[in-house]
Ligand binder design. Structure first.
Ligand code: F6R
Length: 361
């Protein structure tokens, strides 16, 4: 059941601290900096020269996030929509690791992307929530995100658990591929270990309700961010459109001047995601939309005060390592979408035209 919550989506948003504890448990050792994914023996990735991530929807946003994490670690990685990958396959060989990211493990597009690399020598890895799902049978290896069952059509806790797992996987890959322990590791493992508590703090202290009340009747919403903030902006917009039925569009803050700015008016709230990297550039974009009188909602770390003078609302997240900051920002945006859809009395757990798993191409 819904455990006292009005909707599964809200229950699953609130389950995130527990889900993340399960995701992380036993997988990183802060004392010696080791990262262990039980399914994968040490050195499993030593022949990997490049990584393809294939996924759809929310899982694709987690894949984009991982592309940035891997690039930071010097690993050539690219996220693909699995529905495109199978029909226009990029070169893959025995140095390619293809990671299929799918909550359900049953998404037809993602299964066919994996089938398209059979025979190329590429190594395939499933990253999924559902034990024994079709994807786990089609891929050579599986890493579970361990989020627990997700019932709401709008994916929430699975995104957080996917990203946390992909952070661990990126660390494992960078050690196997490049050897040694990157300098950032200690800080990162510390940040991951307190992530469940940080998410709890976001849930306890969020002011998303006032944002949802102020803006739920606008016609159109924009979400911007850079780096890992870009997939978080895309995910914020996807969630918002899925459950409020209002138009919401996410893009890189870098794209703003190249077209979308034409649509920005005092009627288009802009959500700006700050993650602790290139924040000054994103702040510049915020100033540009402010100059067009757009309401601005910033999602920013407690310590990032520069934004206060330029935003109508700031949704705060605890200061943390850059690589996990996007998970916290996304939780704020989940709450905004949920609360706005609730203001509009939408059928949040069963949005029109959508299914929990899309088993046809
Ligand atoms: C978004 C959503 C969908 C799924 C997509 C992939 O809230 O639920 O966009 O993320 O259909 O599904 P999985 O992860 O099961 O492959």
């Amino acid at each position: 059941g819904k455990g006292g919550y009005d909707h599964y989506m809200l229950k699953e948003i609130y389950e995130q601290p527990t889900a993340l504890r399960q995701t992380i448990r036993g997988r990183s050792n802060q004392l010696d900096g080791r990262v262990e994914l039980e399914e994968l023996p040490p050195g499993a990735f030593s022949d990997v020269r490049s990584v393809h991530l294939v996924a759809m929807g929310t899982s694709y946003h987690a894949a984009m996030y991982a592309q940035t994490l891997l690039a930071e670690r010097g690993i050539t990685a690219q996220a693909f929509l699995s529905g495109e990958y199978g029909s226009n396959p990029p070169p893959a060989d025995d140095g390619t690791l293809v990671i299929a990211v799918s909550q359900s493990g049953e998404t037809a597009d993602t299964l066919s992307a994996i089938r398209s690399v059979q025979g190329t020598g590429a190594h395939t890895l499933a990253l999924t929530n559902v034990v024994g799902s079709t994807l786990t049978r089609e891929c050579e290896d599986t890493v579970y995100i361990r989020a627990g069952p997700e019932i709401g059509v709008a994916a929430t806790k699975s995104f957080s658990a996917q990203v946390a797992t992909l952070i661990l996987l990126s660390e494992r890959l960078s050690r196997d591929v490049r050897g040694g322990t990157p300098a950032a590791t200690g800080d990162l493992l510390d940040a991951l270990s307190v992530l469940p508590d940080d998410v709890q703090r976001v849930l306890d202290e969020s002011t998303a309700e006032s944002v949802a009340k102020a803006y739920h009747d606008s016609e159109s919403y924009f979400f911007i961010g850079r780096g890992i903030g870009h997939p978080v902006a895309l995910e914020g917009a996807l969630k918002f459109k899925e459950i409020t039925y209002d138009h919401a569009e996410g893009f890189s803050a870098a794209e703003l001047k190249h077209g979308p700015l034409a649509l920005v008016t005092d009627q288009t709230p802009v959500f700006a995601v700050f993650t602790g990297r290139n924040d000054t550039k994103t702040l510049h974009n915020v100033k540009e939309v402010r100059a067009r009188d757009a309401p601005v909602v910033a999602v920013a770390a407690d310590g990032y005060r520069e934004v206060d003078d330029y935003a109508d609302h700031v949704l705060r997240v605890p200061d943390t390592h850059h690589d996990v900051a996007g998970i916290l920002a996304n939780v704020q945006l989940q709450l905004v979408s949920y609360l706005a859809a609730d203001e509009l009395s939408r059928p949040i757990d069963k949005p029109r035209n959508l299914a929990k798993s899309v088993t046809v191409e």
